[in-house]
Design a protein around this ligand. Structure first.
Ligand code: SF4
Ligand code: SF4
Length: 155
């Protein structure tokens, strides 16, 4: 086997065991009566895709989002930019949904297999929880770094 072949084999083996472990865990939990028991993480925020920033105006707008309380911005694994409002659903009753039978479709589509509790880890590759985190990232970014000084009034 060539060196690349070996690398591919080991990568495949690693992914295989990761999937096996994940599927086993999810299946085990799905067999339980309610895998969401005691959890309501996904009912405590809303997240929406936003345009990827390319201009000074866009960068300024991201900064503006981030100077608001409970607002985060994150970059997804597929490189899309998203805004997250950390605010619980009004229909939560403790950890339970008070309108379960009549909940919106978006809630029905959400799956425990990919959720933040049982899924494969973070939904983001980069997360900004405030303007300082964005500022530090921006400073080093090849494309948007040129807007760093202007947007943050750095001398
Ligand atoms: S789908 Fe996942 S994150 Fe949402 S309540 Fe269930 S276990 Fe928690
Ligand atoms: S409607 Fe129910 S399932 Fe949907 S976010 Fe609100 S509490 Fe959660």
């Amino acid at each position: 086997m060539t060196e690349t072949g070996k690398e591919n084999f080991f990568r495949w083996r690693e992914d295989y065991y990761k999937d096996l472990k994940k599927n086993f865990t999810v299946k085990f939990l799905m067999d339980e009566k309610n895998p969401c028991a005691g959890c309501s993480l996904c009912c405590r925020y809303i997240a929406m895709e936003i345009d990827k920033p390319t201009t000074k105006k866009d960068v300024d707008q991201i900064r503006w989002f981030l100077i608001h309380k409970n607002v985060w911005v994150f970059i997804d694994h597929d490189k899309t930019w998203n805004i997250q409002f950390n605010t619980p659903c009004e229909k939560l009753d403790g950890h339970l949904c008070s309108i379960y039978e009549k909940r919106p479709q978006i809630c029905r589509n959400y799956s425990v297999e990919t959720c933040e509790k049982y899924g494969d880890g973070d939904a983001f590759t980069v997360l900004f929880k405030n303007e300082d985190e964005f500022k530090e990232w921006l400073k080093k970014d090849k494309k948007l770094g040129k807007y760093y000084k202007e947007c943050f009034f750095v001398e």
